[in-house]
Ligand binder design. Structure first.
Ligand code: C2E
Ligand code: MG
Ligand code: MG
Length: 460
């Protein structure tokens, strides 16, 4: 029993799962029946483990195991591969559609119902990938791999759902693997560049800082935006070297802006401004992060308070355990911390108090919709008031027009960032923009800030 079962849940383990699947395939090959393979992975299990402890996490896995058994027929096999990964083998099914229906009507809803674990009512969901023999694969390895790939698609499509394997699944996996391979080389080949987007004081219109945003100048695809490759970098572990490069580049760029001007010339228009860098939570898990930043600061002569680190809300809340210590160490260095995309995650007020933060960035979806939606307006107003009450500065991102600008000023937002002022630009283009902007900025702010600068756009 010990050799073939998982001690925690008493379900069949990987080796028994493989054996059962082999048997099922051998039989199906003879009888012509179809066999469903389900890859099941819990969503955000890590955050439950991190916040409530492994003991509670174990209890949840046992409860999930019981629900999976309840959701399936007695001749199906429910097994645990390890961690929060389960595999179900369904024998003698009619086809993919039937399996998908069973998963969507019975299995997923059963997992969604709350789990009672030692006095806690826990809610969890799962993502499921399905591959069916013989249509989706002729042997064990192929079926397992394809069910896994389909599960991955369910995760990226938003979790808490099931996906059937299809030919496109394979194509997407391959395209992704190719991109990952190329990203590995992109750093060495110097294909990554930083662009910078200005932030402005909502009251005076002055430039208050710059956000560094990474771009990949792909030799064939052209400019690839971070939304496409940062997730790949995070999953493949490349984010550590990529993130280290971004930090290094931003600090040395800052240093260049401080260079003494030629005699008689004005100082660089971006001299003395803070620079913010987006940090992935995966970087926070790296014990070298804090010493590396300390070194970068001393090497570039950048005062710590001029470096701001932006962490997205959802990532931070999902990894609160790991994050806290590192954030404290970063604060001790003197750098500023801001929460990016605020309002899109759990917006946990307890965490706002727990982490020693400096700024909130209102997510641009609220800013975009606030003039057409009373709810988005109320959320924007509430985030600004909440931030101020907690002693935080509030930045609105995604300011695209004069109306948004005026509204945010009237809501007492501190800083603004968006295409209305400037897109993220290469260093030299941003310098030109800042010169033109400074020359037109009045000392006493008029009713409108943005009538002043020519909206900058990216050179082709
Ligand atoms: P973010 O940190 O929230 O950055 C703001 C994003 O909004 C940028 O997209 C920027 O170009 C875009 N944006 C700014 N103003 C406007 C506007 O008025 N309208 C609209 N529609 N969009 C606006 P970008 O550069 O594509 O970056 C996307 C995300 O990728 C960033 O969101 C950030 O989370 C991540 N990212 C960028 N650079 C890095 C990096 O170096 N490291 C890490 N870990 N993540 C990065
Ligand atoms: Mg950001
Ligand atoms: Mg943002």
């Amino acid at each position: 029993f010990l050799a073939h079962h998982d001690m925690l849940t008493e379900l069949p383990n990987r080796s028994l799962c493989v054996q059962r699947l082999q048997d099922a395939l051998a039989q199906a090959g003879a009888t012509g029946e179809q066999v469903g393979v389900l890859f099941i992975d819990l969503d955000r299990f890590k955050s439950i483990n991190d916040t409530l402890g492994h003991h509670i996490g174990d209890g949840l896995l046992r409860s999930v195991a019981a629900r999976l058994t309840q959701a399936t027929r007695h001749y199906d096999t429910v097994s645990r591969l390890g961690g929060d990964e389960f595999v179900v083998i369904m024998r003698d099914v009619e086809g993919p559609a039937e399996v998908l229906q069973a998963v969507e009507r019975r299995l997923i809803p059963l997992i969604r119902q709350s789990h009672a674990v030692e006095g806690h009512e826990l809610n969890v969901s799962c993502s499921v990938g399905i591959a069916v023999f013989p249509g989706d694969g002729g042997d064990l390895d192929e079926l397992m791999r394809r069910a896994d790939a389909a599960m991955y698609e369910a995760k990226t499509a938003g979790r808490d759902m099931a996906r059937l394997y299809s030919l496109e699944t394979d194509q997407r996996v391959q395209a992704r693997q190719a991109l990952e391979q190329q990203l590995r080389h992109a750093l060495e080949r110097g294909e990554l560049v930083l662009h910078y987007q200005p932030r402005l004081d909502a009251r005076t219109g002055r430039i208050t800082g710059l956000e560094a945003l990474v771009r990949w100048m792909h030799p064939v695809l052209g400019q690839v935006l971070p939304g496409e490759f940062i997730p790949i970098a995070e999953e493949s572990g490349l984010i550590r070297s990529l993130g280290a490069w971004v930090l290094e580049r931003a600090c040395s760029q800052w240093r260049q802006w401080q260079a003494a001007p030629a005699p008689g010339a004005a100082p660089h228009p971006l001299a003395g401004l803070p620079v913010s860098v987006n940090l992935s939570v995966a970087q926070l898990a790296d014990p070298h992060l804090v010493p590396e930043i300390r070194q970068l600061l001393s090497r570039s002569g950048m005062p710590a308070r001029l470096l701001e680190l932006e962490l997205t809300e959802s990532q931070l809340m999902e990894n609160a355990g790991t994050a806290q210590q590192q954030l404290e160490a970063l604060k001790a260095l003197g750098v500023q911390l801001s929460i990016d995309d605020f309002g899109t995650g759990y917006s946990s007020l307890a965490y706002l108090k727990r982490f020693d933060l400096d700024k909130l960035k209102v997510d641009r979806s609220f800013v975009r919709d606030m003039l057409n939606s009373a709810a988005d307006m109320a959320i924007t107003r509430a985030i600004i008031a909440l931030g101020h009450t907690l002693g935080l500065e509030v930045i609105a991102e995604g300011v695209e027009d004069e109306a948004a600008l005026q509204t945010l000023r009237s809501l007492d937002c501190d800083e603004l960032q968006g295409f209305y002022f400037s897109q993220a630009l290469p260093e030299d283009a941003l310098t030109d923009w800042a010169r033109a902007y400074a020359s037109r900025l009045p000392l006493v702010p008029g009713p409108s800030l943005a009538a002043l600068p020519p909206p900058a756009s990216q050179p082709a």
